[in-house]
Design a protein around this ligand. Structure first.
Ligand code: KG4
Ligand code: ZN
Length: 430
């Protein structure tokens, strides 16, 4: 039951409670704090005092009550000796970084046992984009029942879970906090270790959920609504960002252009369908940053070029299709050229494509052709592992938990979190 008052928020979970409020207001709203405490009927076992930095991007527990439960939780956050670490663990994964609520169960021995995703796209459609506060509230309502459903799908009781992995960032801070609070609370209640996973690490490792995925090292093209980057993936936790977008993400550019053409949200698939009827060459848009060396992207110029092309004109259906085609051509050509450049620059022979834009058929076709012509290999994970899911979070968490990584009682959530801060499993320093 979330309590909401004046921008302050409390989550009583599983008869535990987390109250969040900015440090500056500590003591200024004692009534709120007392009211939240009252809901627990005095059965408070532990206080977690959280502190955020000014940009509200990091939340970390600072203090805990040294009671019986506190001792228990602290013990399970100590890494077990190396010879007692299970190679295979049953991990519950939780993903709430944006507008998908997702829960999965991954068994190190048998693989994926449950993978549930609830897409909030219908909720946000009316607003033409993701509304962060609505996303958070929907996560709160959906998440806990989905944990029960995922366990039932896997045929497991909570006692079978050895560890929990939740997405700790990057993403929408309120949305992240929902998954982080629940992950942390369940770990505490079930007395199992918990790790906060980097969302993009999940995407980069997701191909391994399928047979036929390339071994490390490979180049990953991550193209979604929130991210566009080329990454050299040398192993788990060994990532080098080769290039990334300087402004809009590729999916964002698809969505904005689609909006301009009067298509609904999310616009990517609708624009791709319209482009099928369009003619090549009717509209030529710039290929962003192709003329410059390096592997960074920039899509705002392309978007502006489309704005200029359609401004003040009434476009019939055929002309709109031609614009969509011209935009898609520019986008596909840019992504293909940079991907090939990344393979050449690293000398690696395999490319993995991840993220929602990876579902674009013309991008897939063009990449397959160009990469094969260059003597390399391209791998497209199936769509449910390309888009946001908790299977990839459980898998990444499994690597880290099995290597002995443990977190204390921290509820970790970071809106921004550079990928290159990550370390190989077991070498983390947080
Ligand atoms: O990875 P994703 O499902 O969610 C996140 O952004 O995290 O990616 C969604 C993005 C949206 O911008 C959507 O418009 C785009 O992927 N997208 C597509 C296609 N399908 C989804 N863009 C182009 N062509 C598609 N077929
Ligand atoms: Zn994602």
């Amino acid at each position: 039951m979330p309590l909401d008052r004046g921008g302050l928020l409390a989550f009583p979970f599983l008869s535990g409670l987390l109250v969040e409020f900015p440090a500056a207001q500590f003591g200024q709203d004692a009534g709120f704090f007392a009211g939240a405490l009252e809901t627990t009927q005095g059965r408070v076992e532990i206080f977690v005092f959280a502190d955020t930095d000014a940009r509200h991007s990091y939340l970390d527990a600072r203090q805990n009550h040294p009671g019986r439960a506190g001792e228990r939780a602290r013990n399970c956050s100590d890494p077990p000796p190396e010879n007692q670490r299970p190679a295979f663990m049953m991990v519950l994964g939780i993903e709430t970084s944006c507008d998908e609520t997702a829960v999965a169960v991954f068994d190190g021995e048998r693989g994926l046992l449950a993978n549930r995703v609830f897409s909030q796209v219908e909720l946000h459609r009316a607003h033409g984009g993701v509304v962060p506060e609505l996303a958070s509230r929907e996560h709160i309502e959906r998440l806990l029942p989905m944990v029960g459903d995922a366990l039932a799908e896997a045929g497991l009781s909570p006692q079978a879970i050895d560890g929990i992995a939740y997405t700790a960032g990057p993403g929408l801070i309120g949305a992240l906090l929902v998954g982080a609070c629940l992950g942390r609370a369940l770990g505490y209640a079930w007395d199992v270790p918990v790790v906060g996973v980097h969302h993009l690490e999940g995407h980069l490792l997701a191909p391994a959920l399928e047979p036929g995925a390339p071994d490390f090292p490979f180049v990953a093209l991550q193209v979604s609504g929130g991210h566009t980057m080329l990454v050299e993936v040398a192993g788990v936790g060994r990532y080098r960002v080769l290039g990334e977008t300087q402004d809009d993400a590729a999916g964002e550019a698809f969505d904005k252009t689609a909006k301009l053409l009067g298509l609904g949200y999310p616009g990517g698939p609708a624009l791709a369908r319209l482009a099928e009827q369009g003619r090549d060459g009717e509209f030529e848009f710039p290929r962003p940053m192709l003329d410059r060396p390096g592997l960074d992207f920039s899509f705002s110029g392309l978007k502006t070029a489309v704005v200029v092309a359609v401004r003040g004109r009434t476009l019939d259906e055929a002309a709109r299709a031609d614009v969509a085609r011209g935009f898609e051509n520019a986008m596909v050509e840019t992504l293909v050229a940079k991907s090939l450049r990344a393979l050449r620059q690293t000398g690696l022979g395999a490319l993995v494509v991840a993220g929602g834009v990876g579902a674009n058929l013309r991008l897939r076709g063009a990449l397959a052709k160009a990469v094969a012509a260059a003597g390399s290999r391209v791998f497209f994970p199936r769509p449910e592992f390309c888009t946001d899911n908790a299977a990839m979070i459980a898998l990444a968490g499994h690597h880290r938990l099995a290597a002995g990584e443990r977190e204390g009682l921290a509820v970790r959530a970071r809106a921004r979190w550079p990928l290159e801060e990550l370390h190989p499993p077991g070498e983390a320093t947080h």
